[in-house]
Design a protein around this ligand. Structure first.
Ligand SMILES: NC(=O)c1ccc[n+]([C@@H]2O[C@H](COP(=O)([O-])OP(=O)(O)OC[C@H]3O[C@@H](n4cnc5c(N)ncnc54)[C@H](O)[C@@H]3O)[C@@H](O)[C@H]2O)c1
Length: 389
């Protein structure tokens, strides 16, 4: 098998998450040959500012570079389909950010192209790769919680609380018709599907847009930026600030999720609890190294991440000894370690989220939107196919 140092990559998008991709790849020893931004000048300036590899002149110039075997797509959502498809057609392996595309038809198309290509394809559901969550995956599979009955929790943020907060995600033509649900709710729903091994089969969703008009700066704004004092224009907002969703998973498991980007003080709080017939497991992303395990007939436990105490799955995702907290950026390293093992052998393997998972999440989000529109329970339609041709 080739070493990671023999594999070349490039990253499309130089914003918040593009930089995280580059750093994780560098930690693994992958050769990141360059980045692509919205323009060469902006990408070059950003590359210099934060120490990214050089900027390609164009997206096509990156595709034409024979050293690049793997392309990471971290551009805004509306470009994922075009960028990922072009990269697959150019013979590259592709890691694409979530949401995989703008519509289920687009994601079905990408899945079909990816599967026909024989290339490695991954959707960037990095949250699965917190070490204690890999541990939970193993616990559930081995029956340590008994039969999973109830999954509850939230994903709350506050960075869009004010009407002066702005980001491309607020514009449906750039981010999609759903916002909070597809941006962060998708992580929660993918994660709980992964942990329980059960797909979401039906949803009952209530979406709300509290801030119906926002002040849009005249120039571009980076994700999570909080700058004020720029010139603005009022814009009507149609995408949801928050959502409450009831979920039915396979085998009768029930779920309840709250999603919000307007929850003061919650910077990035993903919380879940899985209640089984014998025990429970709960986790909060703001204390990522701690796993709560609940019992009825004995004292509850708090497992602090320590490779020596985790099962094989948890150990594989850990890179630091216990007590040295691993966080958000480390999950990218653990995810890419799994993806690049497949790249090293040259074809897809198991052990990481693929375009099939990205497409499935698009179908669940589509059901959420329909449920809200029609004000009723709706089933997730898993028959959506790629458009012909
Ligand atoms: N997995 C995660 O936890 C996570 C976290 C944040 C964002 N994301 C996803 O990553 C993507 C980017 O989000 P972000 O927060 O980094 O946004 P951002 O606005 O910070 O960055 C977007 C980048 O895309 C670049 N871009 C715009 N048009 C382009 C084009 N035509 N060609 C190449 N690059 C172009 C911009 O220059 C910018 O560098 C989104 O799809 C988002 O959902 C995932």
């Amino acid at each position: 098998m080739r070493t990671f140092a023999e594999i070349g990559a490039a990253v499309v998008g130089t914003g918040f998450i593009g930089a995280v991709h580059v750093e994780a790849l560098r930690r693994l020893g992958v050769q990141v040959h360059g980045v692509v931004g919205s323009s060469r000048e902006r990408a070059a300036a950003r590359a210099q500012e934060i120490g990214l590899p050089p900027a390609y002149d164009t997206f096509q110039a990156m595709l034409d570079d024979p050293r690049v075997e793997v392309v990471h797509i971290t551009s805004p959502n509306h470009l994922h389909h075009e960028h990922a498809k072009a990269a697959l057609h150019a013979g590259k392996h592709v890691v694409c950010e979530k949401p995989l595309a703008m519509t289920p038809a687009e994601s079905a198309d990408l899945l079909q192209v990816a599967e026909r290509s024989g290339r490695v394809h991954a959707t960037n559901f990095n949250i699965r790769f917190y070490p204690v969550l890999q541990h939970v995956h193993g616990m559930v599979r081995e029956g340590a919680l008994g039969d999973v009955r109830l999954v509850s929790g939230h994903y709350l943020q506050d960075w869009l609380l004010l009407d002066t907060d702005w980001n491309w995600r607020l514009e449906p033509e750039l981010g999609g018709d759903l916002r909070a649900v597809s941006d962060i709710g998708s992580h929660w729903m993918d994660l709980t599907t992964f942990l329980t091994g059960k797909k979401i089969i039906a949803v009952m969703a209530d979406l709300a847009t509290f801030i119906k008009q926002r002040m849009q700066p005249s120039g571009p704004v980076e994700t999570f930026a909080t700058g004020r004092g720029v010139k603005t224009v009022p814009r009507e907002i149609s995408t949801e600030d928050c959502a409450t969703i009831l979920l039915r998973y396979q085998d009768g498991t029930r779920g309840a999720l709250t999603v919000s980007q307007i929850s003061a003080g919650r910077k990035n709080s993903l919380v879940f609890e899985i209640d089984g017939s014998t025990s429970a497991a709960a986790w909060n992303s703001e204390q990522p190294d701690e796993l709560w395990i609940g019992h009825r007939g004995q004292a509850n436990e708090v497992l602090q991440r320590d490779p020596a105490l985790l099962n094989a799955e948890g150990r594989r995702a850990s890179s630091l000894p216990g007590g040295h907290v691993e966080g958000f950026a480390d999950t990218f390293r653990a995810l890419y370690a799994a993806v690049y093992r497949a790249v090293a052998v040259g074809n897809p393997l198991e052990g990481y989220p693929t375009f099939a998972d990205g497409h499935d999440e698009m179908l669940v989000c589509d059901a959420v939107a329909r449920s809200h529109r029609e004000q009723r329970w709706v089933e997730v339609e898993r028959a959506v196919r790629a458009p012909a041709g």
